[in-house]
Design a protein around this ligand. Structure first.
Ligand SMILES: Nc1nc2c(ncn2[C@@H]2O[C@H](COP(=O)(O)OP(=O)(O)OP(=O)(O)O)[C@@H](O)[C@H]2O)c(=O)[nH]1
Ligand SMILES: [Mg+2]
Length: 254
């Protein structure tokens, strides 16, 4: 008898990656969660741990996990390149038809990739928005204002631009160059994809409190850098990225 709760793995090939900066307390758990979800959900996958110049044992643990599991690869930025530099590395390393990324600290549930996969027939990109953002009120207000600004600046309507739970067709990264080394990387990619005519679907996903490791994403240096980059980025994107009405769809994996 077939177990109805376990879907047949979907016929897609997917690279799953997550950036890790000083995540020695999380990287193993995150990798195991990614493996479990991918085995259940997709036919063909690779998992890429992007160790972003960590000063703790993250790199060593990532290399051990890669040696233990055929589907796992570890890549290392040395030195640390920042959040944008880490995402860029993951997107460039991806070899499968689709690329999914999330954070390496376990704040999202890999099993919810299923929600994104279910929308791939209709959209080119799926962007997850946090249903129950587990952050302080101040951080939520900052993020809301930042989101309104970014959407206005780039003419988009994305509910959670920085929600780290997105899937892209890999061919997008053959079409665009990525410049942002900081927190603006998500906005940059979505803005370029929008101009190039990629259809972006959105779905709510759950967000969990960080249970280990230290928070760095909200520090002031990161926020100031993002503001400075925003307006420079807008000028450069308008100059360099053509406006197209629709993108070529990703062919299903044979
Ligand atoms: N802050 C930061 N994170 C990086 C960097 N490179 C990779 N990362 C990873 O990017 C992900 C997001 O960073 P977080 O510090 O968790 O940001 P956040 O989720 O906004 O903040 P928290 O509430 O602390 O979890 C984590 O998996 C980090 O390990 C970097 O240079 N700086
Ligand atoms: Mg986090």
């Amino acid at each position: 008898m077939t177990d109805e709760a376990t879907p047949t793995p979907k016929d897609v090939s997917i690279s799953v990656f997550f950036p890790c900066y000083n995540e020695e307390a999380n990287v193993e758990r995150t990798t195991r969660a990614a493996l479990k979800a991918c085995r259940r959900l997709v036919r063909d996958f690779e998992i890429i741990i992007v160790n972003d110049g960590s000063k703790d044992r993250t790199g060593e643990i990532a290399d051990r996990l890669a040696a233990e599991h055929d589907h796992v690869r570890a890549v290392h930025n040395d030195p640390n390149l920042g959040y944008g530099g880490a995402l860029q590395r993951g997107f460039r390393e991806a070899r499968k038809d689709w690329v999914f990324y999330t954070d390496g600290d376990g704040q999202f549930d890999f099993e919810e990739i299923e929600l994104l996969l279910a929308m791939l027939d209709e959209y080119d990109i799926i962007s997850g928005f946090r249903l129950n953002r587990r952050d302080s009120m101040l951080r939520k207000i900052n993020a809301f204002c930042w989101g309104v600004l970014v959407n206005r600046v780039f003419g988009m309507r994305i509910r959670d631009v920085d929600g780290a739970f997105k899937i892209f067709p890999r061919r997008l990264f053959d079409e665009i160059e990525m410049w942002s080394m900081g927190a603006l990387i998500d906005a940059e990619i979505l803005a370029k994809a929008t101009r190039l005519g990629y259809r972006i679907g959105q779905v709510g996903v759950h967000h969990y409190a960080r249970t280990a490791g230290t928070q760095t994403g909200a520090n002031l240096r990161v926020i100031f850098r993002a503001f400075r980059e925003l307006f420079r980025l807008r000028r450069r994107i308008i100059q360099s990225t053509p406006l197209r009405s629709s993108a070529t769809p990703t062919a299903p994996t044979p």
